[in-house]
Design a protein around this ligand. Structure first.
Ligand code: FAD
Length: 321
């Protein structure tokens, strides 16, 4: 049976985060040929509606309000609830981002419906939605079958490929007026503290440094390599604890979970808690002076050497590519 599924777009600095298009692709799969309705929540976002359609949404519902200029749980949940009330969908897909992780369970609980979080794959079989998601810190994957009821799902960035953009697609972009009230949180200022311009959780290349970097000043070596590769810079908790960099860069069990095409681990030992956040990267390169370091057990390519020799050489070589 075909289904109506909402795909919630996420906008940052006036542009979609890629996971928005991945959510549309997941919604398309779940809909089994039914309708995919893109949802846009924010201030001055209506003009972006057509981009969701180009990526596969059949139409888009926009809640545009100055009360949605920044994310607040109260404001966004009222807006999304209004869209759900209007559309009565069978499924709602969001990115597994800070916003999706906050919004999806809040509304799922309010609507007494199920939630599958952090899905890395989705398929349909008859009436059922089947989601794949990692368990035991990424060491195994489980399949969750949702047989009935509305289902909320959050999809992990960089796992479900977005559909090809097709600007010739057309669809309705309609506004929904929502009286957003009783906000208990007001965003006064947003302080950005990621070191590089590339979003870590969506980056296709990540250069991550560990305690082997020996000091915050040496992270410039990683910045230089990252600049040449168009990569984001990440870190182990060892590096963050040693105050070499901000905790916003931490990758791992208690940091960000990333799945880039290429992950370069520099001076990182490969502790289980770090590996939990990056082991699903497509290609892993490890640079470590200790040939016995655990990180080499999961690396596709290993360079045994002093990072202070290896990294500048790599940067120079990549400049020539
Ligand atoms: P180390 O283990 O000290 O490794 C440094 C590496 O650098 C070594 O392998 C060394 O050989 C190499 N090295 C040193 N000098 C050089 C050089 N000149 N050239 C090349 N290589 C060199 N950790 C995380 O990363 N993320 C998490 O989310 C996380 N969550 C945790 C949650 C809990 C509950 C706990 C208990 C721990 C958690 N940890 C996490 C910490 C984790 O256990 C490790 O302590 C941490 O990952 C170690 O960081 P590291 O690899 O940078 O440092």
């Amino acid at each position: 049976m075909t289904k109506k599924v909402l795909a919630v777009g996420e906008i940052r600095d006036g542009e979609f985060r890629n996971v928005s298009f991945e959510a549309v692709a997941a919604a398309k799969e779940i809909s089994a040929g039914g309708e995919v309705v893109g949802v846009l929540l924010g201030e001055n976002v209506s003009s972006l509606g057509n981009e969701l359609i180009a990526y596969g949404a059949d139409r888009v519902v926009v809640v545009d309000s100055d009360k949605l200029a920044g994310y607040t749980p109260d404001g966004y949940s009222q807006a999304l609830q209004a869209v759900i009330d209007q559309e009565s969908p069978e499924g709602i897909v969001l990115g597994h981002t800070a916003i999706g992780r906050d919004l999806a369970p809040k509304l799922a609980a309010r609507l007494n419906s199920g939630l599958v979080s952090d899905a890395t794959g989705v398929e349909t079989a008859g009436e059922e939605f089947i989601f794949t998601r990692p368990i035991y810190s990424g060491k195994a994957f489980e399949k969750k079958v949702v047989a009935e009821g509305i289902v909320f799902a959050t999809v992990r960035p960089n796992n479900i490929p977005a559909l090809e953009k097709d600007e010739s697609r057309s669809g309705d972009v309609a506004s929904l007026d929502v009286d957003i009230k009783d906000l208990r949180t007001i965003i006064k200022d947003v302080v950005k503290n990621t070191a590089s311009g590339v979003d870590l959780s969506e980056a296709s290349v990540i250069v991550a440094g560990g305690r082997g970097m020996k000091g915050s000043e040496n992270f410039t070596l990683l910045d230089e390599l990252a600049n040449v590769l168009g990569a984001a810079v990440g870190a182990s908790r060892g590096a963050c604890d040693a105050e070499y960099c901000d905790y916003a860069l931490q990758i791992g069990q208690t940091g960000k979970v990333v799945t880039p095409d290429l992950y370069i681990a520099v001076g990182i030992s490969g502790a289980i808690q770090h590996v939990a956040g990056m082991s699903n990267s497509k290609v892993i390169v490890a640079i470590n002076k200790d040939p016995e370091a655990e990180i080499f057990n999961i690396a596709d390519y290993g360079i045994v050497g002093d990072l202070f020799d290896v990294v500048p050489k790599l940067t120079e070589e990549f400049k020539n590519v």
